[in-house]
Design a protein around this ligand. Structure first.
Ligand code: F6P
Length: 320
């Protein structure tokens, strides 16, 4: 393979730029040409494609977001959109594509694979909800960003003896809530993958109060319900001086952590090796701390990401 393309798609994630840099540099080092596709699959269909040279990825490793821009583009789910995309790739002589993104982006890569076009997926999303990998690019940074907010909110919670309901992103997955919650000493972590009972939550808050505990932090993953709704429901069980904080998109931006930059560099380098060997239809991941690849069709059809629920149980014991 002599010429490859890169696109980032779906929600941006810190570390995407580090991955683009790694792919570009590794490919050029191996004698390939690299093309960057702007605005994900939307840019692919529109032919918004440009050559990337070594200098184009300089001064990018530390930047959040994606300098190739991103878009959500449901039209790529249609056969028409997919064939237009392949037409553009052929027009530019691009023989293989690296897709960096989350679930929707992987489905785009899967569609290309089904049309016989070699695509490799790299998991880039703050949600950490992609099968075939223990961790996605951006998750570590997002977790640390949320953790920083939890630490700050705790100061106010303690000073005013308040209960804070903090809503965090993650779409249908609870990983950000779980990891940031454990790291931040949250009193309760409410995630889609584990049931909860409001009466028990209220009982634990009250028990804490009775023991003289000043603060109470409840982290709610957006996939369960909004923080305002949670606070409304909690009201039925007592007055806990509740305040709500919705952290939202603050989790998405910012300079990537060292861990995300290293993960992105490893994934990027490995994706290029796969394409060099003519291997498309793969997705890259980190399993048991090893960089691996798996069949994208099988991974998306049969794989399921599960958060580490032992963390949930541990938190129940640690936070009383
Ligand atoms: O997938 C990343 C994510 O930030 C989710 O956590 C969130 O539910 C969604 O994207 C928000 O999407 P948008 O930025 O399109 O509103």
């Amino acid at each position: 393979m002599k010429r490859i393309g890169i696109l980032t798609s779906g929600g941006d994630a810190p570390g995407m730029n580090a991955a683009i840099r790694a792919i570009t540099r590794k490919a050029i080092f191996s004698g390939m040409e690299v093309y960057g596709i702007n605005y994900g699959f939307a840019g692919l269909v529109a032919g918004d494609i440009r050559r990337l040279e070594i200098a184009d990825v300089g001064d990018k490793i530390q930047r959040g977001g994606t300098f190739l821009y991103s878009a959500r583009y449901p039209e790529f789910a249609t056969e028409e959109g997919q064939l237009k995309g392949i037409e553009q790739l052929n027009k530019f002589g691009i023989e293989g594509l690296v897709v960096i993104g989350g679930d929707g982006s992987y489905h785009g890569a899967l569609a290309l694979t089904r049309h016989g076009y070699p695509a490799v997926g790299i998991p880039g999303t703050i949600d950490n909800d992609i099968p075939g990998t223990d961790f996605t690019i951006g998750f570590d940074t997002a977790t640390n960003t949320i953790l920083d907010s939890l630490d700050r909110i705790r100061d106010t919670a303690t000073s005013h003896v308040r209960t804070f309901i903090i809503e965090v992103m993650g779409r249908d997955a609870g990983d950000i809530a779980l990891w940031a919650g454990v790291a931040g000493g949250a009193d309760e972590i409410i995630i889609p993958e584990h049931d909860f009972h409001m009466d028990k939550v209220a009982k634990r808050i009250q028990e804490g109060r009775d023991r003289g505990k000043k603060h109470c932090l409840i982290v709610v993953a957006e996939g369960v319900m909004g923080a305002n709704e949670f606070a409304e429901k909690l009201k039925d069980y007592g007055d806990f001086h509740t305040r709500v904080s919705i952290l939202g998109h603050v989790a998405r931006g910012g300079s990537p952590s060292a861990r995300d930059r290293v993960l992105a560099s490893k994934f990027g380098g490995f994706a290029v090796e796969l394409l060099q060997e003519g291997k498309g239809g793969r997705c890259v991941g980190l399993l048991d701390n090893k960089v691996v690849s798996s069949d994208i069709v099988d991974t998306l059809e049969n794989g399921k990401h599960q958060p580490d629920l032992s963390l949930y149980d541990l938190n129940q014991e640690l936070s009383f």
